[in-house]
Each structure stands twice: as structure tokens, then as C-alpha cells.
Design a protein around this ligand. Structure first.
Ligand SMILES: Cc1ncc(COP(=O)(O)O)c(C=O)c1O
Length: 414
């Protein structure tokens, strides 16, 4: 017998996450990593968060118990307040519109499983977050990709893309997934005009939008732009998700979704067959952190840290990288620079870069595979994602210098 386990068709065709695999290659001394999308560990509010552990003494009998699938009540209360802020939704969602999840990765997974049948098509930005491709792939999705530029998704191309998908597959896409504010990986922010137009098109074709917004509060320059969910007002069309991973710490694994009560109900039932509820212990710690008023001052702190790091990366890229080697847009927030390596293959550049002890994520990781795309295909072989939040400012400068050396070597030996 070949194997004791007869794996499911899904497990047989599953590929490891490209970014998580990269981590194994770049764990060596001297390596400067722009690869992982990790917050700055030096900016974690370690003592302030530790001081919130008093909630265990105070409310331990509740906090150590199983919790409601919808989320721990004091954290839900904090989130209603947080969502009311103008920088978030600008209104207080209804009680049945909110669900706390174990990371926003789980929100994507639950929405995928609540809405998709195998073979259904989801429109995603090209490039997009690979974790979403992974989750939605698990639900059997195929992907139609829409190009992006410095202002985010090229929404004017949407009606033609929807028509192309209908022609090719005989079905209308079921969902539009977007990271409109400081996208992972492109760093781009969808302009207000495009947000409004996206809503008009989605309304006309009756396709819900999943607005994934883990980076929206991390703006360090430019004018704030309202979330698509807040522009949509009463419309149930927009599913909004955000997370504490980038604004507090990913180790807490706490995120939330605001959506139509019917969808929230379906997500709740899905998760009851999955993890029952998000850890009550971490929800209580995060709730205590918010109740003590610590989140807003922490946000101010990390925004200033990330602004400094982003400026350091912009300065070093301008200084060291020849304008004929790469082009990019300077981000106004978030975690990432997205480099177009002109005329170069980023996988090939990546392997040379590893030899020079500098790591980034090659662009192809942010696109669905060719065989799972419906309609016109897109691919990212000339792009590289550089995360500026994890390395310190000296490493950022040194890392950009190393990358510049790699690009020059490559130019000499094509
Ligand atoms: C766009 C996007 N969505 C979701 C996630 C997952 O976040 P979480 O840690 O909340 O699961 C990430 C993490 O990098 C992300 O960049």
C-alpha cells in the first residue's frame, strides 16, 4: 500500500504558501529581509500589553471559559466604538453586523466558504494578497484578475472583465476582493473617484465587494480617503474586514468583520464547525488594551515609526537604484513598496539577491496561477515586494544598496 492516508483532492493539489516557504530560505546570519510583511517587533507595546493581564485576575472565570462565536462582549463594545471613528467606518455597526474572527485570514476563509461553490469566480486585484488566494482556492474558487496602477484597481476595466468571465465560464463573478487602502503588496491606495465608481459597477452587476482593510489606519502622509464600506452607507453590498495584526500585534490573532447580518450569521455557523470561537483570553487582553485607551497612542507611535522607515527606503532606493533599473510609487501608508524591475525577471533577481544577503518577495507570488485564472491573465514576473516595517533604518539603507548591486550585476550578465 502506497500510503495509509488517502488524501482529499484539495489536499493533493495544495501548494505551500510561497512566502512562508521563503522564510526558510532567508533564515541565515547577515541576511537583511524585506520579505515578510511583519510589524516592527521593537514597536510592540510589550509592557503596556502585559499590564492588561490583570483582566485574568479580575474576570478570569469568564475569560478562561468558552466564548460566544460572535466574539467576547467587551471587545465587541470596543470595536463598535473603534468603527465609529471617522478614520474607520464613521458609523456604529448594528450588533448583528459584527463578527470577531481569529485573524482576518479566517474572515476571508469564512466568507469564501459561505459564498462560493467549487468553480465560482472571484475578481481579485493583480497583484493581491496570496493568503486570500490560498483561502479562496480551498473553497474551489477560480480567479479573474483586474490590473492595478498607482491609484489601485483600474475599475473602468471591470465591466469588460465581468463580460469576459461570463463569456468564458457562463457565470457572473460572485465576489470582488479588494485591498483598497495601502494594498498588500502594491502599497497603492484606491482614489475616492475609483471607490465610488467601483461601488456603482458592483451595484449595477450585483456583485458583493470584500474590502480587506488591515492597513487603513496606518496612513503617514496624504489625505484620508473614506472606506468603501462607509461610502456604501446602508447598502449590504460591502463586506468590511480589519485586524489587530498590523495595528497592535499579529500574535493576538484577533480581527473583525462588519457585514450584512445574513452573511455574518452564515460565517458564525461555518466557524462553529471550525474553531467555535476566537480565543477568549486574547480577546480579553485586546479589549482591556482598548478600554485603557492605549490603542490610539500606540497607533500614533507606530505611524511615526513607519513613516521614518518608509522615508528611509524611498531615500535609499532613489539614491542607489538607477532609474532605468526600477520604478515605483512612494506609499502613503501601510507596509510595502512594489518595485517594477524594468525588463528583469524577479525570480532570477531574487536568487542573486539571496547570495548578497538581501531578501524580498518575487512578484509572481501575488498572482493566481495561470490555470486558475478566468478571462485575460496577468502575471507579476517583473515585480518585487519590499516590506519596510521590519528592518531598522540602517538595514533599510544597506539592504537597498545590496539590491542595487544585484541589479547592476544582472544588467552586466543578462
Ligand atoms: C491584505 C491582508 N489580509 C489579511 C491578512 C491576514 O491578517 P491576519 O493576521 O489578521 O490574519 C494579511 C496579512 O498580512 C493581509 O496583508
Amino acid at each position: 500500500m502506497d500510503s495509509l492516508f488517502r488524501f482529499s483532492a484539495l489536499a493533493e493539489k495544495m501548494q505551500p504558501s510561497p512566502i512562508r516557504e521563503l522564510f526558510k530560505m532567508i533564515q541565515r546570519p547577515g541576511m537583511i529581509s524585506f520579505a515578510g510583511g511583519l510589524p516592527d517587533p521593537a514597536a510592540f507595546p510589550v509592557s503596556a500589553f502585559a499590564s492588561c493581564a490583570n483582566v485574568l485576575e479580575r474576570d478570569g472565570t469568564k475569560v478562561l471559559q468558552y466564548g460566544a462565536s460572535e466574539g467576547y462582549e467587551p471587545l465587541r463594545a470596543a470595536l463598535f466604538d473603534l468603527m465609529q471613528k471617522p478614520q474607520a467606518l464613521g458609523y456604529r455597526p448594528g450588533a448583528e453586523e459584527l463578527l470577531i474572527t481569529s485573524g482576518s485570514q479566517q474572515a476571508v476563509d469564512l466568507v469564501g466558504r459561505a459564498l462560493l461553490d467549487p468553480g465560482d469566480v472571484v475578481i481579485v486585484e493583480a497583484p493581491t494578497y496570496p493568503g486570500t488566494l490560498h483561502s479562496l482556492r480551498n473553497a474551489g474558487a477560480r480567479f479573474a484578475t483586474i490590473k492595478c496602477d498607482g491609484d489601485g484597481m483600474c475599475v473602468e476595466a471591470l465591466p469588460e472583465l465581468i463580460a469576459a468571465v461570463e463569456r468564458e465560464s457562463g457565470q457572473r463573478p460572485k465576489l470582488i476582493y479588494s485591498i483598497p487602502t495601502f494594498s498588500n503588496p502594491s502599497g497603492a491606495c484606491l482614489s475616492l473617484g475609483r471607490r465610488q465608481r467601483l461601488l456603482e459597477i458592483a451595484t449595477k452587476f450585483n456583485i458583493p465587494i470584500f474590502e480587506d482593510d488591515p492597513y487603513g489606519r496606518l496612513r503617514f502622509s496624504g489625505e484620508a480617503i473614506p472606506s468603501i464600506k462607509s461610502i456604501a452607507g446602508d447598502s449590504p453590498l460591502v463586506i468590511y474586514a480589519s485586524s489587530f495584526s498590523k495595528i497592535l500585534a499579529p500574535g493576538v490573532r484577533v480581527a473583525w468583520t462588519v457585514a450584512d447580518p445574513k452573511l455574518i450569521r452564515s460565517m458564525v455557523m461555518m466557524r462553529q464547525g471550525e474553531d467555535l470561537c476566537t480565543s477568549t483570553v486574547t480577546q480579553a487582553l485586546v479589549a482591556e488594551y482598548c478600554a485603557k485607551g492605549l490603542l490610539e497612542s500606540h497607533l500614533e507611535h507606530i505611524i511615526s515609526v513607519y513613516q521614518t522607515k518608509s522615508s528611509a527606503m524611498q531615500k535609499a532606493l532613489v539614491e542607489f537604484i538607477a532609474s532605468e533599473s526600477a520604478e515605483w510609487h512612494e506609499p502613503e501608508g501601510g507596509f510595502f513598496f512594489w518595485l517594477h524591475l524594468l525588463g528583469r525577471n524577479s525570480d532570477e533577481v531574487f536568487h542573486r539577491a539571496i547570495e548578497e544577503n538581501i531578501a524580498f518577495v518575487p512578484g509572481h507570488s501575488f498572482y493566481p496561477d495561470h490555470d486558475e485564472q478566468v478571462g485575460p491573465t496577468n502575471e507579476g514576473s517583473q515585480y518585487a515586494r519590499l516590506c519596510f516595517t521590519f528592518a531598522n533604518s540602517n538595514q533599510i539603507t544597506e539592504g537597498c544598496q545590496r539590491l542595487a548591486r544585484v541589479l547592476v550585476q544582472g544588467d552586466k550578465n543578462p
